[in-house]
Design a protein around this ligand. Structure first.
Ligand code: AMP
Ligand code: MG
Length: 486
């Protein structure tokens, strides 16, 4: 177990030089206080959980102190935002402090979000507010616990430093961990500025650091693109199966690793509605829940465009064609498991589609539906769930087929329950739960954030005394508008 001083750095991205990132020092925030820490994330760096008791911990993660071996940098990238190309984005309020190598030899980027202005800040203040930092922290660690690939979060620090959004708020910092912070937009930046030599350097870095197995293939860049397509197909299948709406799928928010990245006004669905738009400045619903699948494909084609100097267009096109079938296969597999089915049958896709159609527009809580479906034997569970449906004819027809399907599966209810509860969470990060924790945190009480984090880190295990966290949202919490400012 290590202390902060024992961390070993190997700053591979920084060594690519100043065409890729600019050295910038963090600007500290005043009177820092530790809001919440992820012990699981500490373990990724081999850090002793006791490091948080050392006053240095909060100082480091509020930008007051830095390791001598860190080499803090703002990365340059561009990207498509809501379908339009923005030629210059970059880290406007976050810094890659450095890459830590753990005892297992894995590299983890330490990225401090809210670390002050950089050459890419444009009109922005370089800061992050407490509420958005808490939201990113909770979501990162929760998604990971749900088995959905995500960047991770080590801690959030709060401060007395004022920042202006719709009203005055307080600055905070979030320490994000990921094996890489390279986005689709990094490739787009070097492609559209016609720096093809740099683009090659970037691709070589990404391949050797993160996709070394692709280097052994006859066409390494084509193999790399194929893997990015595969990883994204799986990622989006998981989002759709678990009802996660990202909200801002711009290409600068898409990780090259196929992990959930850059959280904005995301939401987990409460009542099922495929048309959910969680970003209230997304007037056309470009990033609505059901659009996440075609948008991921669109984003991958934007990345493909940036790879045209190295990979034949026909190969890129064929690879893009793999996305939808791969997505559908992953999605069906996940949904079967959520329904407690272990065998594959031809009608399964239709069974899932009909369920979603019946859920659509009714007032059925998406997460609770699956958890309750596994709680008791199928007929009993369905009889209870029926009360929640409006489309009773649709539900009855579906329930009959599902019952027949369960009968063909056979097996004991105990085993079915265990199997289903292992994939259907008891606790999900509902917006109203995050909001309650944030409201308390704004008054300096961090207990609810910590409680929620602990619970959501083990979302499948029912914990005593925590019944209220499984409840459907109260009226006020059903249609919360989450501000896009962050
Ligand atoms: P985001 O919406 O967080 O994905 O950010 C989009 C772009 O705007 C990125 O280049 C960010 O670095 C930049 N940005 C967002 N908020 C700020 C801020 N408060 N100050 C400076 N840059 C920002
Ligand atoms: Mg972003």
């Amino acid at each position: 177990m290590k202390s902060l001083n024992d961390l070993r750095f190997d700053n591979r991205f920084a060594r690519l030089g100043e065409a890729f990132s600019t050295p910038v020092l963090p600007e500290p925030i005043a009177d820092p206080r530790l809001v919440v820490v992820s012990t699981a994330a500490l373990a990724l760096l081999d850090l002793d959980p006791a490091v948080v008791d050392d006053p240095t911990f909060v100082e480091v993660f509020a930008g007051h102190k830095l390791w001598a071996e860190a080499d803090p940098r703002a990365m340059v990238y561009s990207g498509h935002q809501f379908g339009s190309y923005n030629p210059r984005l970059g880290d406007g309020r976050g810094l890659l402090l450095g890459e830590v190598v753990n005892d297992a030899g894995q590299h983890w980027d330490l990225h401090l979000k809210g670390a002050g202005q950089t050459p890419y800040s444009r009109q922005g203040d370089g800061r992050a507010v407490l509420r958005s930092s808490i939201r990113e922290f909770l979501a990162s660690e929760h998604l990971h616990a749900l088995g959905i690939p995500s960047s991770r979060a080590l801690c959030v620090t709060a401060s007395s430093t004022p920042v202006w959004r719709e009203k005055q708020e307080r600055a905070a910092m979030l320490l994000r961990l990921a094996p890489s912070h390279v986005r689709f937009g990094h490739f787009e930046y070097f492609y559209y500025t016609q720096q093809h030599e740099r683009l090659k350097e970037l691709a070589e870095h990404v391949l050797s650091a993160h996709f070394p197995h692709c280097l052994e293939r006859p066409d390494p860049y084509a193999a790399f693109f194929r893997e990015v397509v595969e990883r994204n197909a799986e990622l989006i299948a998981r989002w759709q199966a678990y009802g996660f709406c990202h909200g801002v799928m711009n290409t600068d928010n898409m990780s090259i690793l196929g992990i959930t990245f850059d959280f904005g006004p995301y939401a987990f669905l409460d009542d099922f509605d495929a048309d959910t738009i969680c970003n209230h400045s997304d007037h056309e619903g470009r990033y609505s829940f059901s659009n996440q699948v075609p948008i991921a494909h669109w984003n991958l084609s934007a990345l493909a465009q940036a790879l045209t100097p190295f990979v034949e267009v026909e190969v890129l096109r064929e690879t893009l064609g793999l996305f939808l079938p791969l997505y559908q296969a992953h999605y069906l597999d996940l949904m079967r498991r959520r329904l407690g089915l272990t065998q594959a049958e031809e009608q399964d896709q239709a069974l899932v589609e009909r369920l979603l159609k019946t859920l659509q527009g009714g007032a059925v809580d998406y997460s609770r539906f699956f958890r309750e479906l596994g709680e008791s034997a199928p007929a009993q569970a369905l009889a209870r769930l029926r009360e929640d449906f409006i489309d009773l004819a649709g539900f009855d027809a579906w329930a009959q087929d599902y019952l027949a399907r369960c009968a063909r599966e056979g097996g004991k209810q105990d085993a079915r329950r265990t199997r289903m509860h292992a994939v259907n969470p008891c606790y999900v990060l509902r917006n109203y739960l995050a909001q309650q924790a944030i409201d308390a945190a704004e008054t300096g009480d961090y207990s609810e954030v910590r409680q929620l984090h602990a619970l959501l880190s083990q979302p499948f295990d029912e914990q005593p005394g925590m019944q209220r966290y499984t409840e459907r949202p109260p009226e006020w919490g059903k249609h919360l508008e989450i501000s896009c400012s962050s």
